[in-house]
Each structure stands twice: as C-alpha cells, then as structure tokens.
Design a protein around this ligand. Structure first.
Ligand code: KIV
Length: 263
C-alpha cells in the first residue's frame, strides 16, 4: 500500500498520482486489482449512490458505512474518507468524532473541503496523527454559496485568494490538495507554489495527479458529461444491453440451460 510519503516522493519525481472514487466493495475489489494509487471515498456518494441533488445530504455514519465496504474490497489501497457537510464546521469535538469514525472504518486519511475558518482544526487533526487532504476550488458542499457547480478561481482576486488558501492548507499540515474545477493555468501555478502534491479534477494537466468519479469514467450516466470527464467505457449501454439480453433470455426460456442447472 502506498503512503503519504510515497505521494510526496511521486510529486518530487514528477510521477503522476492516480486517484479514483469508490463507494462499495465490489468495485473496490476491481480497483484493488489495478495499479491505481489511491481511492477516495468521496461524499459525491450522496449523488451517485443515493440520488441526492448535492453532497449536502451526506452524513458521517453513511460515509463510514461506505468506507468500511471499500476497505473490505480494497485492503491494499490507500483510502481517503471525505468529511461530509458541516462535520468540520461545528467545532473541534464533532470534527474529531467524524475523523475517528472514518479512520476506524478503514480510511488512512481524511479529506476536508475549504480552508477559511477551520485551518486550526485541520492542524489539530494532523497533529493527532491523521493525514488530511485539502480541497479547494469547486467545493461541492458549498454549492449553494457558490451559486451552482461552476468553475472557481477566475480573475486575479479569486486566484490570489486560492493561492493563499493553498499555502495556508500546506502550512496547516495537509499532505495533498484536491483542486476541483479551476482554470488549468491557476492549477499549474498552485502546484508549483506548493511542496505537497495537488490532485486535479477539471483543473487541467499540470497538477501532481488526477481524480475522477468512477461512474463518470465508466460512462454510467449518459445525461452527465461535463467537459473534464473522459469516458473510458460506455458503461450505461453495456449494462443496459446485458440486462435486456438477460430479460429476453428469461422470457424465451433460454436461461438457464442444463449446464446452468443442478441435476
Ligand atoms: O466527493 C468527491 O467525489 C470528491 C472528488 C470529486 C474530488 O470530492
């Protein structure tokens, strides 16, 4: 299993870091068999797995449940568990309780969105022996404040603020930083400014690594195709065709056959 030291070394040596989201044991088992560097049990789980309109609806207990499932499926991967909506904004005790739940569920690190107002709490988590991944740019838990899922860090002032936040998160002890949906030149600039790795999503090629939502990469939702997603599979069509084929076989009495039956 890779460690945060390995991720730092990869950044230094210019080796890109591959991260993928995962929420369940069976896909974790597939990821386990690949060389992918680390897994994020993201709170995007609220939208992808639970059909919620945003990540605001995720709870710590649900994150822990999904983290446990992924840990069972991918025991050899470095797992990062997302601290969900407001769990880091209610004071140190609720944050530490959330971190404890995620770590005891099998995470090796936690991810916390944003910087302003909870930097000292992040430092406390790090000082407690828990690696923290920061997250700047389009922080989906703040979607209502941001006015929608929009590119962030546009314009000099916003870019300057994000660079300051990135430096503050590094100083607070974060071992890596997700940069979501920011202009590629800004992501490159932040990456050069920091000594910790940056993991981009919708932020161009000049970050230390990339993350995608597994179901986006697999093309599971034909109605969701943001510019930054590359589909490596038409999973929706393939799965739909398989289900239709099964249905037709059952209707025609062609499943199961003798070889698929006990005698
Ligand atoms: O929740 C999530 O999946 C994330 C990634 C998109 C970075 O935060």
């Amino acid at each position: 299993m890779k460690s945060i030291l390995e991720f730092g070394r990869m950044r230094e040596q210019g080796e890109k870091i591959s991260m993928i989201t995962c929420y369940d044991a069976w896909s974790a088992k597939i990821i386990q068999s690949t060389p992918i560097d680390c897994i994020l049990i993201g709170d995007s789980c609220a939208m992808v797995m639970h059909g919620q309109p945003s990540t605001v609806f995720m709870e710590v207990e649900t994150m822990a449940l999904h983290t446990r499932a992924v840990a069972r499926g991918a025991p050899g991967k470095f797992l990062i568990g997302d601290v969900p909506f407001l769990a880091h904004r209610k004071g140190l005790k609720p944050l530490m309780d959330a971190v404890e739940q995620l770590m005891k569920a099998g995470a090796h690190a936690v991810k916390v969105e944003g910087a302003a107002g909870h930097l000292s709490h992040i430092a406390h988590v790090v000082e407690s022996g828990v690696p923290v991944m920061g997250h700047l740019g389009l922080t989906p838990q703040s979607v209502n404040q941001l006015g929608g899922f929009k590119v962030q860090g546009k314009g000099e002032e916003a870019a300057r603020r994000m660079m300051d936040d990135a430096l503050s998160l590094e100083r607070a002890g974060c071992f890596a930083l997700v940069l979501e949906c920011i202009p590629a030149p800004l992501a490159g600039e932040i990456t050069r400014l920091l000594t910790i790795p940056t993991i981009g999503i919708g932020s161009g090629p000049d970050t230390s690594g990339q993350v995608l939502v597994l179901q986006d990469l697999l093309g599971m939702d034909p109605s969701f195709k943001p510019k930054f997603v590359r589909r490596y599979l038409d999973g929706y069509t393939q799965m739909r065709n398989a289900l239709e084929h099964y249905h037709l076989d059952v209707k025609a009495g062609e499943f199961p056959v003798k070889e698929e039956s006990f005698v």
